[in-house]
Write a protein that binds this ligand. Structure first.
Ligand code: NAP
Length: 336
């Protein structure tokens, strides 16, 4: 018998159809999610906003459960109810962070193997602020391209949520980091967070960012590029690839990388990959491994989580507009 009272209706942001940020609808009368065996009901405190939320909203990625969609892949909060066998031993009142679907809501039913306890030293904001993105950044440098000491690595959108974490992690791996960012303030922030060199790729004067990367590397190019910008940078990322190097595409901030002829890669024997966190955290062991690593890094102060802004849940439209309008640096949260 649950000691926590759970209302029949809850606050949520719904996406009734694909479209711009204005399709996001705030409601206070969404029915509670049904809890199945093996799930925990989490009362969310803060939801993380990620660029992928915009892809589900626009239809770039198809919604897995149809309409209306409740966006959001991660949140921090409190266990309100536990269902079924509960082999991981969650209890009502546990502070947790989770990665699944349906975070823009007061309550979410989450498979318990996607839920992790928050260490006592960490706030909910910092736990969710670095969770999905921190695990992604670690998966990129450990598995998508195992970074080696002495490498030169290019990070696009280096002052964004992902970019700032990648710069910090790469700095600690003793690599030369070249960060691109739009505008002088963003460039300065990327540098403060570990970029060795920064390039303002939005600047209309002077050499192009491709020319600048080649100059910085004596014409040789970089060992790896982490490219989450996509459409506007994918081709340049191949141009600055060193012979026998790798380009890791991991997102579509400017649009998707179009289909292209792989013969292009033979010019320098370049490898490419399209990486997604979800395929590195399929098993409970994999999730625990990445989650523990990232929460530990935040706890000991090796990963600084910059919260750009915390928006009230009902202002999710503004959060999406800011993110897509390139007006943000760091993590966006929704206060539920
Ligand atoms: N594969 C995965 O598992 C995974 C997981 C998490 C995130 N991601 C990807 O990582 C990338 C960054 O995500 P984030 O949430 O941290 O976002 P973000 O980097 O904070 O924001 C996106 C940034 O991309 C840059 N950008 C360049 N062209 C743009 C355009 N046309 N429209 C909007 N932004 C543009 C902007 O920075 P400048 O102004 O500096 O150019 C903008 O601030 C996204 O592609 C996301 O999908 C992938």
């Amino acid at each position: 018998m649950s000691s926590i009272s759970i209302p029949a209706k809850m606050k949520a942001i719904l996406v009734p159809q694909h479209g711009g940020a204005d399709v996001l609808q705030y409601t206070e009368s969404q029915p509670q999610p049904k809890l199945s065996d093996g799930q925990v009901l989490v009362k969310n405190n803060f939801a993380g906003v990620n660029f992928i939320d915009t892809y589900f909203r626009t239809g770039l990625y198809p919604p897995p459960d149809g309409f209306p969609i409740i966006l959001g892949q991660e949140a921090a909060g409190t266990v309100a109810k536990v269902a079924g066998s509960n082999p991981l031993g969650f209890k009502e009142g546990d502070r947790v962070v989770w990665i699944f679907r349906g975070a823009y809501a007061e309550y979410t039913a989450v498979p318990e193997d996607r839920v992790v306890k928050i260490p006592a030293e960490l706030s909910d904001e910092h736990a969710v602020g670095g969770f999905l993105m921190g695990m992604t950044a670690l998966s990129l440098v450990k598995e998508a391209y195992p970074v080696k000491k002495g490498d030169t690595v290019l990070v696009h959108a280096a002052a964004g949520g992902m970019g700032l974490l990648l710069c910090q992690i790469l700095r600690d791996l003793d690599v030369t980091v070249i960060g691109t960012a739009g505008g002088p303030e963003k460039c300065a922030l990327a540098k403060q967070n570990g970029a060795t060199h920064v390039i303002d790729y939005k600047s209309s004067s002077g050499p192009s960012w491709v020319e600048q990367v080649l100059k910085l590397t004596d014409g040789k190019g970089v060992d790896c590029t982490f490219d989450g910008v996509g459409k506007d940078t994918w081709e340049g990322s191949l141009e600055v690839a060193k012979r026998k190097s790798k380009v890791v595409y991991f997102g579509n901030a400017s649009g998707a990388v179009p289909p292209f002829n792989i013969a292009k890669l033979s010019a320098k024997n370049v490898s490419i990959m399209r990486s997604t966190l979800m395929n590195y955290i399929v098993t409970r062991e994999e999730l625990e491994d990445y989650a523990t690593s990232v929460l530990d890094l935040i706890k000991v102060g090796k990963l600084n989580i910059r919260i750009h802004k915390t928006y009230p849940l009902k202002d999710a439209v503004e959060a999406h507009n800011d993110l897509e309008g390139r007006r943000t640096t760091g993590k966006l949260l929704l206060k539920i």
